[in-house]
Design a protein around this ligand. Structure first.
Ligand SMILES: NC(=O)c1ccc[n+]([C@@H]2O[C@H](COP(=O)([O-])OP(=O)(O)OC[C@H]3O[C@@H](n4cnc5c(N)ncnc54)[C@H](OP(=O)(O)O)[C@@H]3O)[C@@H](O)[C@H]2O)c1
Length: 261
């Protein structure tokens, strides 16, 4: 397969300073794209830009994706600095306040709705307007293995909004496929990132498990008997944004080692 060439393309990645988002930023940048990353912490943003090491083709826009104006600032930042958005990755997403449904707080539910689902809608509606002008674009939503199953306690919010993100992915694919714009979701299994180390630990504790047991359970439910890596997620993302990826639309693609087969 030919090398993926993203020269001249501009990618926006929410939550791109660490973890999966950073791995995608690095992969797209190496393939020739300009990359705009967002995140709440300016310090993480500075560190990511320094590590990426290409000031001309990178931009960090600070913001919290649970706020519409911050999400829009990331897309608008790309338009202002680079003049276009060819690739949008709705990556930032998470939840807190892990509890059974009857004890789940309204705040935790609403926060997860904005973090996972609303943020993707806000970024996508804005990016589509620019993509439509050129009749091409690639949208990737970072969903989760929890978007296809409901076998963990105390995270009904995360499970629900990752399922909903898959529905949104397909709705966008249906409406915009004929306009040269694809919309797909990548659903990783467990990957040991900051998110896993912090909120994964909280989720584990709420289920009466140690962090090691929690991670071990993910490995056990995968047919590969291992968890996944950020590089494995980035590899699939590269295919989706490449010219060869044009035939893939509305797909919910797992990188979960074969879980819930
Ligand atoms: N890790 C896993 O096992 C796993 C499995 C399946 C799906 N996923 C999904 O993959 C995506 C990325 O997760 P990850 O594991 O790579 O997380 P991570 O390592 O914690 O990185 C998250 C990135 O997003 C940023 N971020 C987090 N919340 C944000 C917010 N509200 N607004 C803006 N930026 C925010 C972080 O920077 P700041 O902290 O500075 O904001 C960081 O750059 C999430 O949607 C997650 O649900 C992860």
């Amino acid at each position: 397969m030919a090398q993926v060439d993203l020269t001249g393309k501009v990618a926006v990645i929410t939550g791109g300073t660490r973890g999966i988002g950073y791995a995608l930023a690095e992969a797209f940048l190496k393939s020739g794209a300009s990359v705009v990353i967002n995140g709440r912490s300016a310090e993480k943003g500075r560190a990511a830009l320094a590590e990426l090491g290409n000031p001309l083709r990178t931009l960090f826009v600070a913001g919290d994706v649970t706020r519409r104006e911050d999400v829009e600032a990331a897309v608008n930042g790309a338009l202002a600095k680079f003049g276009r958005v060819d690739i949008l990755v709705n990556n930032a997403g998470g939840s807190s306040g892990f509890a059974p449904v009857a004890e789940m707080s309204i705040e935790a539910w609403d926060q997860a709705a904005s973090w996972i689902l609303n943020s993707a809608f806000w970024a996508t509606r804005l990016a589509l307007r620019d993509m439509e002008k050129r009749g091409s674009g690639r949208i990737i939503n970072i969903s989760s293995v929890e978007g296809k199953q409901a076998n963990k306690s105390n995270c009904c919010h995360y499970i629900t909004f990752k399922h909903a993100l898959n529905g949104f992915t397909k709705a966008v694919a249906f409406e915009y496929g004929a306009k040269g714009i694809t919309s797909n979701a990548i659903s990783p299994g467990a990957v040991e990132t900051d998110l896993m180390k912090i909120t994964g630990r909280q989720a584990a504790e709420s289920q009466g498990l140690t962090y090691e047991q929690f991670l071990g359970n993910y490995a056990a439910e995968a047919s590969t008997k291992r968890i996944n890596t950020v590089e494995e997620v980035a590899g699939l993302a590269l295919l989706l944004v490449s010219d060869l990826g044009i035939g893939i639309n509305g797909a919910i693609l797992p990188v979960d080692g074969g879980t819930a087969l």
